[in-house]
Structure formats: C-alpha cells, structure tokens
Design a protein around this ligand. Structure first.
Ligand code: ADP
Ligand code: MG
Length: 233
C-alpha cells in the first residue's frame, strides 16, 4: 500500500468581489498515491484551476488541510520563499498554453533550467537531450526555436523541462485544450508512461479523449470532488 503524496481534507476556497463572496471549493477531499494519473473533469467555472493552484502550492486553502509529500502546506509552515523552493523542487506545472521561454530553442529551455539548478554545462546538456528524447522531441526538433514547434511538441517540451528538474508531481491545467487528437493522445501517452516510473499526474480537463489513460477520474461539481472511476495502479 503506497502512502499518499497528496492529501486534501475539507478544503474550502472562496473569492470576494466587494460585498459578495463566491464559494468555489466547499469541502474538497482527495488522496493521491505515487503513479496515479488523475483526471479532474468539471464545467468551466467549477473551480478546477482553483483546486490545481492549491495542489501546486501556488495558493493556500482558506480552510481545511493540505499535505503534499508529507509537508503541510499552510502560511504557518512555509514562507513564500520556502514554498517557491519546495514548488521548484517537487512540482511541475503545465498550463493550457506552454510557459516556455519563447525566444529559446526546446533544448535551451531545458538546458538553462538545469544550469540554474546547479548542473554543470556538460551534465545539463546530456540530461536535456535525454529528457527531450524521452518526450519524443528528436534531435532535429530540439534546436529549433520553440515557436517553430507544434502545440503538442511545445507541451512535451514543458513536460520535459519539469521532468529534467526532477518534479514528482505534475499539475496540468487543460494541457490538451489546444491540441488535435493525435497530439493530445501522444501527450497523455507519454505522461502515462512516466507514471509507471512513479511520477504522479493531476490533470484538469474537458477532454474525453484522455479518459482511457486516467487511473482515477473525479468530477468537480458544486464545489465538491466526486470520485467516478478508480483503477488499480
Ligand atoms: P475552472 O478552472 O473550472 O474553469 P476556476 O477555478 O478558474 O474554474 O474558477 C472558479 C470560479 O472562481 C469562477 O467563478 C471564477 O470566476 C472564480 N475565480 C477564479 N479565480 C479567481 C480569482 N483569482 N479571483 C476572483 N475570482 C476567481
Ligand atoms: Mg480553469
């Protein structure tokens, strides 16, 4: 029995607009173990991004308990700086549109992140090439400016960069929203392959094409997360 690496208990989150308060998360419970590929479905505005921001430690819950990799995530336990370091070390964040450096090549995007992490140039080069190949960005694509790559290739570069940085948890917000079927399936396939090495994926989506690849599926409805499917991993 694997220990959970993500635990949320009765998590609540609201936003205030002047006098009115919108309750977005009304008591979310979630436990995720290593190697799970979790799909979170829910209509637009249901709070998927709000929930992912809490899991990725970009935002704190108002109430309830959040634990990531055995660390309680709360303003009492972490300063902003400590939390930024924790996030950089353990969490890869993949958005709908990639957040890569647009003026760089695929290789440089991964390589410079590794230099900043303290890798020597030689080790950074080898590791950048290795992870890009795992994500099926071959040598002919690696040295192109990322603006010359397709949307699917750019998403795979974003995953490669997170993988190179040794992320344990990949938090992905509608990662296939801008991809055609072939690229969407390719992206979720490489994610699924990485999950067999113990990496964990939390993916908010509307994309029914991804369903066969999830080990666990939830629906976020009326501020509550409901389990709809769970396979053994
Ligand atoms: P989803 O990702 O499922 O579309 P969101 O989490 O983005 O949903 O939004 C849920 C609700 O919270 C929406 O009503 C949205 O307008 C509101 N909301 C989200 N982020 C903020 C914010 N930073 N400030 C105020 N309201 C927000
Ligand atoms: Mg969203």
């Amino acid at each position: 029995m694997l220990l959970p690496i993500i635990k949320l208990k009765d998590v609540k989150k609201s936003y205030k607009f002047g006098e009115t308060t919108v309750e977005v998360l009304k008591g979310v419970n979630l436990r995720v173990t290593p190697g799970e590929v979790v799909g979170i479905f829910g209509p637009s505005g249901s709070g998927k991004s709000t929930l992912l921001n809490i899991i990725s430690t970009l935002d704190f819950a108002d109430e309830g308990f959040v634990e990531i990799l055995e660390n309680e995530i709360s303003p009492k336990k972490f300063t902003d700086n400590e939390l930024a370091l924790f996030r950089r070390r353990y969490i890869g964040i993949i958005f709908q549109s990639h957040n890569l450096m647009p003026e760089m090549t695929a290789f440089e995007n991964v390589y410079f992140s590794l230099l900043l992490k303290g890798y020597s140039p030689k080790r950074a080069k080898k590791r950048a090439e290795d992870v890009l190949e795992i994500l099926e960005i071959d040598k002919s694509k690696m040295h192109k400016n990322i603006q010359l790559l397709s949307g699917g290739e750019r998403q795979r570069v974003a995953v490669a960069r997170a993988l190179a940085m040794d992320a344990e948890i990949f938090v992905c917000d509608e990662p296939t929203a801008e991809l055609d079927k072939k690229n969407a399936i390719n992206l979720i396939s490489v994610m699924s392959n990485l999950s067999y090495t113990g990496k964990t994926f939390i993916i908010a989506t509307h994309d029914e094409r991804l369903l066969p690849f999830f080990t666990t599926v939830y629906r976020l409805e009326d501020g509550i997360l409901n389990l709809t499917e769970k396979k053994e991993v």
